[in-house]
Design a protein around this ligand. Structure first.
Ligand code: PHE
Length: 340
């Protein structure tokens, strides 16, 4: 009796499997007959109640039916999968004769862009572009610039000191001294480069940033000359007239010393986080070269005078492109770099 039930079940399952129109119908058939709660599993559960002599025979039969159904199921399943793949590939299109996209061209870092622009401007005004070491002597970084031994900038908290009492230069001003030593007067130089300070890094502070030093020494150089060059510089950078103001500022290597501020280009004056709500951004410390500094460079202050300035290149880049976090600059993040 069970034997005939089994063979009827087999016939029905075979026809359902073979006739399944798609993968879904096939799956329904599998669940009905071969599933964990399917017909074959139910018969298997009942075998425990059979007489021992029936059990072996029915068991064998059940296995044979199961194998038959499973292999039919597998081969139909494979056929459906092949058909699905064929359909997908048929819809895709690949032109092997198309030229490859090639390497995406790189671009210059915004700091490099501004540096190059300024180099062009200043060379057109008769300035030479010079370079100095990033690892400096305390004499070039401090003493020759009239910075006394007790100055707080010399503290280990402000400056990275190396072995053999060398240091990472904290500004580009030591290049003033090196240029005077090397070329004497008259002199017109700019010195762009990397400088280092022991800073707590946040959105507006980095331990490594860029400055551009400028120095002009000649006979009777005055604050008026300095202002003329500073204004040409700013107009060239921002490509428009920028509001500026001069405040007295103290730097031991200039006398008189100034802070040149520009009106904030992000908010245009009313105040924003970049200008700390003041409407002005400190951009350009400058002044007339202190006689002691000229002397350190071997130049006679009775015969020559000059001006010097230290442009914060990093800050300038941020103002020009509206970059609100200094950490983007050295991040190496292509999403940032590809915008330039
Ligand atoms: N070296 C000064 C600084 O880094 C800037 C400066 C340069 C000031 C030249 C006056 C003249 O803070």
């Amino acid at each position: 009796m069970l034997d005939s039930t089994l063979s009827e079940l087999e016939t029905r399952a075979v026809s359902l499997i073979e006739a399944a129109a798609d993968a879904e119908a096939l799956e329904t058939a599998r669940v009905e007959f071969l599933g964990r709660k399917g017909s074959l599993a139910n018969i298997g559960k009942d075998m425990g109640k059979m007489a021992p002599e029936d059990r072996a025979r029915v068991g064998k039969l059940l296995n044979a039916v199961k194998q038959n159904l499973e292999s039919r199921y597998e081969s139909r399943k494979a056929a459906f999968e092949r058909a699905a793949l064929d359909a997908r590939l048929g819809g895709e299109w690949l032109d092997l004769t198309m030229p490859a996209p090639g390497a995406r061209p790189g671009s210059l870092h915004p700091l490099t862009l501004i540096q190059k622009e300024l180099e062009e401007l200043f060379t057109s005004l008769g300035f030479a572009v010079v370079d100095g070491p990033e690892v400096e002597t305390p004499w070039h970084n401090f003493d020759a610039l009239n910075i006394p031994p007790s100055h707080p900038a010399r503290d280990a908290q402000d400056t990275f000191w190396l072995e053999d009492t060398l240091l990472l230069r904290t500004h580009t001003s030591p290049v003033q001294v090196r240029a005077m030593e090397k070329f004497g007067a008259p002199l017109r130089i700019i010195a762009p480069g990397r400088v280092f300070r022991n800073e707590e890094v946040d959105a507006s502070h980095e331990h490594t940033f860029y400055q551009l030093e400028g120095m002009m020494i000649d006979r009777d150089v005055s604050v008026a000359h300095m202002l003329y060059f500073m204004k040409s510089l700013l107009t060239a950078i921002f490509k428009k007239d920028v509001e500026v103001r001069l405040r007295p500022g103290f730097f031991p290597f200039v006398e008189p010393g100034f802070e040149l501020d520009i009106q904030c280009l992000i908010c245009g004056g009313p105040g924003c986080p970049v200008c700390k709500q003041s409407g002005w951004v400190e951009l350009l410390p400058c002044g007339l070269v202190h006689p002691n500094v000229l002397r350190s460079g071997g130049i006679d202050p009775d015969e020559w005078s000059g001006f010097a300035f230290g442009l914060g290149l990093t800050r300038l880049v941020m103002m020009r492109y509206g970059i609100d976090d200094i950490r983007h600059l050295a991040s190496g993040d292509l999403r940032f770099l590809q915008q330039f």
